[in-house]
Design a protein around this ligand. Structure first.
Ligand SMILES: NC(=O)c1ccc[n+]([C@@H]2O[C@H](COP(=O)([O-])OP(=O)(O)OC[C@H]3O[C@@H](n4cnc5c(N)ncnc54)[C@H](OP(=O)(O)O)[C@@H]3O)[C@@H](O)[C@H]2O)c1
Length: 291
């Protein structure tokens, strides 16, 4: 089933009442899965969400709350050691004002990863009921394979950068044995084989976190998005999300807007089934030449 999650990385500049209003509207629109991380707004995003949740206690079980840890913003590096993970999750729970997190992701690969420490941290968090399920973000198939093998935990999610412009997840396969750098190491097929949910972040941005909608660097793509937006009676960004949803791997777009109007519009993407030609035409409009 097609799904869209709401990413809350950008709500940190909202007041509590603005955040309450935004989240209330999102839930009314049918968004019930939320993506956070300890580092978003230096924990402000978790705090705003938790304060909202405290006023809606009966909602908790209907929501899917995901957060992440592993990027050490104080030291500007990565940390996946046992005590670091456990302490960060405990702080997330305190701020989120909930007794459990539905999904915990290790935010980025840690060069100094010690699998035994992650195993012990996950075991503690799972057995105490603090975390229901685990996953990763920005990891390759082999990093996932190694983590699963040495922790004994099934990793259910991998959250990766993916959009019409940052499109390597789906385009690298067609460049097999061609002169093109291998970026995702077959992640999309690996995820399908292993039944790992792929979540896409920065769905309307390029690799440098610039929005490509109405961006003069991407004229051809915007023209194509515009003509499909007219055909389907929606906006260009909705078409960009419908393009992600079209893939049979059931990739879940995490939209990061802070505007209710856009959230409302994004719901339309769930009912747009781009044709095969439209799917490929959008890729070709990014200036990729099919081999
Ligand atoms: N795992 C990771 O490493 C990682 C990294 C980054 C993000 N994330 C997660 O992914 C979520 C989404 O990331 P993101 O916020 O970068 O995603 P996004 O949805 O691609 O980016 C949204 C940004 O583009 C802006 N925008 C400007 N014009 C727009 C238009 N016409 N249509 C739509 N948006 C437009 C939005 O502004 P408005 O607010 O004005 O709409 C917003 O600032 C985050 O909230 C976070 O949960 C994960």
């Amino acid at each position: 089933m097609k799904k869209i999650y709401l990413g809350l990385m950008r709500i940190n500049n909202m007041s509590q009442s603005e955040a309450n209003d935004f989240l209330d509207n999102a839930i009314t629109l049918g968004y019930n899965s939320f993506d956070l991380a300890d580092i978003y707004g230096n924990r402000k995003c978790e705090e705003l969400f938790g304060n909202f949740l405290e006023t809606k206690k009966d909602l908790r079980e209907k929501l899917f709350i995901q957060t992440k840890c592993g990027i050490d913003s104080e030291n500007k590096n990565y940390n996946s050691s046992k005590h670091y993970i456990i302490n960060h999750v405990k702080e997330s729970l305190r701020l989120l004002k909930t007794t459990y997190i539905d999904s915990l992701l290790i935010h980025r690969p840690d060069i100094l990863v010690d699998y035994q420490e992650i195993k012990e941290a996950f075991t503690y968090l799972f057995e105490t009921g603090m975390v229901k399920s685990f996953g990763v973000s920005n990891m390759s198939p082999l990093q996932i394979e190694a983590l699963e093998k040495y922790t004994g935990f099934k990793l259910k999610y991998n959250q990766v950068q993916f959009s019409l412009i940052h499109n390597y997840l789906v385009t690298e396969g067609i460049f097999f044995n061609m002169a093109k750098e291998n970026y995702t190491l077959g992640l999309i097929d690996y995820a399908r084989i292993k039944n790992i949910e792929l979540q896409a972040w920065s769905v309307v941005q390029n690799s440098n976190w610039e929005c490509f909608i109405d961006n003069p660097k991407y004229i051809k793509l915007n023209q194509k998005l515009d003509s499909l937006a007219n055909k389907y009676g929606t906006t260009k960004s909705v078409i960009a999300v419908a393009w992600i949803l079209k893939h049979p791997a059931n990739i879940i777009p995490i939209v990061g807007t802070t505007k209710i109007e856009r959230l409302k519009e994004y719901k339309k993407a769930l009912n747009i089934d781009l044709t095969r030609n439209e799917y490929y035409d959008l890729i070709k409009a990014t200036d990729i030449t099919l081999p």
